[in-house]
Design a protein. Sequence first.
Length: 267
Amino acid sequence: MPELFFPQLTSGASAQYPIGKSRFIRTIQNVMADGSFYAKQDPGAGRLQWEFSYVDLSFVDITALQAHFDSCAGPVRGFTFIDPTDNMLASSADFTNSAWKQMPIAGLITLQPLAADPFGGNGAFTATNTSQVVQEITQEFTVPANCQYCLSVYARSQDLPSITLRRSGEVLSETTTYSVGPAWTRVVSRGRLNDAGTKLTVAIGLAPGQALLYGPQLEAQPAPSRYCSTTNAGGVYPNAHWAVEELAIVAEAPNLYSVSFTIETAL
């Protein structure tokens, strides 16, 4: 059957706050004859769980949620879920991680860590494009390209007048050029692509020269939130499940609905 994706609200938001988010782990203990014991985490039993409460939803939004629930047969079938409290990018704190690809030719951007960042730390990277053309640092996702996304990064440069941010689907692409200077600037690319595909690529482009980069973030919402650093995995979960047997939808008024539910995924 086709891939299933949790629907985004017509407002461009992925959820409504407050959101409850819990992490569960299981520890296995072996008790020895002398009373001592050994304890170890069970790596196959961990899970993440989100608790949502939606209010004042339109008929269009509540219908989309119910249709998705029905397509999944409730908790039976898995679907791709974007955590609205997290950064979609994997290894956002390390541009040298294999999650990041260089385009069109690998290896032409050198990346040096431990540069001063905009918040007084040393989490920024010195990125030097050693080629004669624009090179990009990219990540790709299996998510609907036509949802609302917001890509952002902090940048500064003494010799590059601008950098580019790109959001691309399977057919359409949007690239915007942003001015940068010696002071830190958070540049933001946001919007929807009129692309029905299920691949999204985002990219940070550098002209020949050097720039400092910090805090890349991708979110499924209209505007950037406070930077959330990620390590090996970002906030995209390809095998989440509904954790309820039915959607208890309440009609509050004409074209106004409310519903609460839980979603979970294995760690």
